[in-house]
Design a protein around this ligand. Structure first.
Ligand code: ATP
Ligand code: FE
Length: 371
């Protein structure tokens, strides 16, 4: 079993080839860093164009690196949602073209399910059920994974995701956005005093597993304004005192942003253990899970609860094709795939795209119908 995975849901164009036994034969990611710097975020029309420009090349490179041709594939897996419709379409069209031309089954993948399940490629002992925290640019999810395709949402964000808060904080602090905001804040925070700015921890009064980052973002913006930090002056040109000030904000922001996650994660583990006492693992994935501070803090939470932390390597936490191919393998094995599409679909063919696509039903303690 050999599957090609294609991912274009946001700003990375990615493809990978993975074997049924989990062997990664190739992994290619082309990121739109230049566009992010230029537009200060993802601009859908430009992102679509950038995907279209590189998709053929990225897929070809993935096949070349794996020393395979399309004829050697068993199926094509592609992210169909959630994400930007225009961007998803580029990957889905490409997947249909290959699957149609080479008579291959096609597997539509949920981007967040892929972020979670790639942990099963990394950690072979990881069986269902488990708890997973998915933290990225657009999502902040706490999920009880009962089985393949069977998920219960314990918590989500009421406004922004933590990755968005990292990205905005980085932008306001005048950091180098070519690395995306997260890594830039992580690096600068090492220089700062995390207790110097007193940000309040969000949603403490809510005894649930939901998140909110809009308020913390506002607190950070106000702190930056009150210290007269000018984002137009890049940090590389800032004075010593200005740099210290920025580093203190980065460290204080990161501490509170992650404390919020620690608190909600602890509660989610309690809820999940009541529903499924056999749970042994917490899986943390998505772009923000590549942050070492986040990993260290969550490791403490997990240990306190007698569980084990599974966190994929960095390149598998941020968007990638491997997670899509692997999730395709999991679905293919249980017969969940579509037959090869017809060759030469017209311009007007309606693809199955799901820009908004919740992962599992919502659960809240005390709401018995959710079980
Ligand atoms: P989603 O998965 O919600 O659709 P996405 O696909 O755009 O969003 P990912 O690639 O999964 O996002 O994650 C990108 C996010 O992760 C960005 O917000 C980025 O700042 C953040 N991120 C990446 N590395 C780090 C890091 N070291 N520390 C904190 N945040 C990070
Ligand atoms: Fe993602």
């Amino acid at each position: 079993l050999v599957i090609l995975g294609i991912e274009t849901s946001c700003d990375d164009t990615a493809a990978a080839v993975v074997r049924g036994n989990g062997e990664i034969l190739s992994q290619v990611v082309s990121s739109q860093a230049d566009l992010l710097v230029k537009y200060g975020g993802v601009a859908p029309l430009f992102a679509e164009e950038a995907h279209s420009q590189v998709i053929d090349q990225v897929v070809q490179e993935a096949l070349n690196k794996a020393s395979l041709t399309e004829c050697d594939l068993s199926a094509v897996a592609v992210t169909i949602g959630p994400g930007l419709g225009l961007c998803l379409r580029v990957g889905v069209q490409k997947a249909h073209k290959i699957a149609g031309s080479f008579n291959l089954p096609i597997i539509g993948i949920h981007h967040m399910e892929a972020h979670a399940l790639v942990a099963r490629l990394v950690e072979r002992e990881l069986q269902f059920p488990f708890v997973t925290l998915l933290i990225s640019g657009g999502h902040n999810l706490l999920i009880l994974a009962h089985g393949l395709g069977h998920y219960i949402q314990l918590g989500t964000t009421l406004d922004d995701a933590i990755g968005e808060a990292y990205d905005k904080t980085a932008k306001w602090l005048g950091l180098d956005m070519r690395k995306s905001g997260g890594p830039a804040i992580e690096e600068l925070a090492r220089e700062g005093d995390a207790d110097s700015v007193k940000f309040s921890i969000p949603m403490r009064q809510h005894k649930d597993c939901n998140f909110s980052y809009a308020g913390l973002k506002t607190q950070v913006r106000l702190a930056i304004e009150s210290r007269n930090i000018n984002a137009e002056i890049p940090i590389s040109s800032a004075s010593f005192q200005d740099r210290v000030s920025r580093a203190d904000i980065a460290a204080s922001f990161q501490r509170v942003a992650v404390l919020h996650i620690e608190e909600k994660c602890g509660r989610a583990i309690e809820w999940a253990l009541k529903l499924e006492p056999s749970i042994k693992y917490l899986v943390v994935s998505g772009g923000v899970a590549s942050n070492q501070y986040v990993r260290d803090r969550l490791d403490q939470v997990v240990k306190k609860n007698g569980l084990q932390l599974v966190c994929p390597p960095r390149s598998l936490c941020t968007d990638n094709g491997v997670m899509v191919a692997w999730t395709g393998i999991e679905h293919f094995r249980v017969g969940r795939y579509d037959p090869p599409p017809p060759v030469n679909e017209s311009e007007h063919f309606v693809y199955d795209l799901r820009p908004r696509w919740p992962l599992g039903e919502e659960y809240s303690e005390g709401r018995s119908e959710a079980r």
